[in-house]
Write a protein that binds this ligand. Structure first.
Ligand SMILES: Nc1ncnc2c1ncn2[C@@H]1O[C@H](COP(=O)(O)OP(=O)(O)OP(=O)(O)O)[C@@H](O)[C@H]1O
Ligand SMILES: [Mg+2]
Length: 216
């Protein structure tokens, strides 16, 4: 489902080249859960962003569902994401003046799913993650851990075959984290392929693969 071959990511910062990801390779088959572990700054989010097609690699190849996502134009990459990838980036990017319910169902609406079905799916995932009481709240009013769960809920609610989750349990207490891990695990059991960047050691017991990344 996902294949990353000899991936190198470079940035230019203040006239200097930095290469946080250098020669990383791994693959996840359908129904596998892979964890990206590594210190802060080791390039985990960079890898997630390349797999999602948001940034281009300096070197290497990334295949998603057999397609080299980084070779697609913006519109085609968008279409592939809409079909195949549910993602939760590290920042809590939400529509602040919209409700939690609307934020969670937005990808489904864009995908063309009926409003009722989208609402049902969104409400179901919200309950799994313990944010069902917040569905009518405006996103700007949420705490950090609540907003995090809304972002994760939005990714899970898509039901897409590949989930990319960047620090899904950051800002959460142990018990709430466990709830999130269980929800992730249940997607894996239903056949989703999942790549999670995390510092949370609690995730290790759910993983089929652990990909250690280290700063170069
Ligand atoms: N757009 C960018 N331009 C310049 N440098 C960047 C850019 N994006 C990331 N970096 C740098 O690349 C390195 C890796 O960043 P990345 O966000 O991938 O790390 P990370 O492992 O996800 O860290 P964390 O655990 O703190 O989330 C960092 O030093 C970061 O400052
Ligand atoms: Mg990160």
């Amino acid at each position: 489902m996902v294949r990353v071959e000899d991936l190198t990511v470079r940035y230019v910062r203040g006239g200097r080249v930095i290469e946080p990801v250098s020669g990383v390779s791994f693959a996840l088959a359908r129904g596998e859960l892979g964890l990206l572990y590594g210190r802060s700054g080791s390039g985990k989010s960079s890898i997630i962003n390349v797999v999602a097609g948001f940034i281009k690699p300096h070197r290497g190849r990334v295949y998603v569902a057999g397609v080299e996502i980084n070779r697609l134009g913006w519109g085609e990459a968008n279409r592939l994401r809409r079909m195949a990838i549910g993602y939760a980036m590290q920042q809590n990017i939400l529509l602040p003046r919209s409700t939690v319910l609307f934020n969670i169902m937005l990808p489904l609406i864009i995908q063309g799913i009926s409003r009722e079905e989208a609402e049902d799916k969104a409400a179901g995932v919200a309950e799994e993650l313990g944010i069902e009481g917040l569905l009518d709240a405006k996103a700007y009013s949420l705490s950090g851990g609540e907003a995090r769960r809304v972002v994760v809920a939005r990714a899970l609610a898509t039901g897409r075959p590949l989930l990319l989750l960047d620090e899904p349990t950051s800002n959460l207490d142990e018990e709430t984290s466990l709830r999130v891990w269980r929800a992730i695990e249940s997607r894996r059991r239903s056949g989703a392929t999942i790549l999670v960047a995390t510092h949370d050691q609690a995730g290790a017991r759910y993983a089929d693969k652990i990909i250690e990344v280290s700063p170069s």
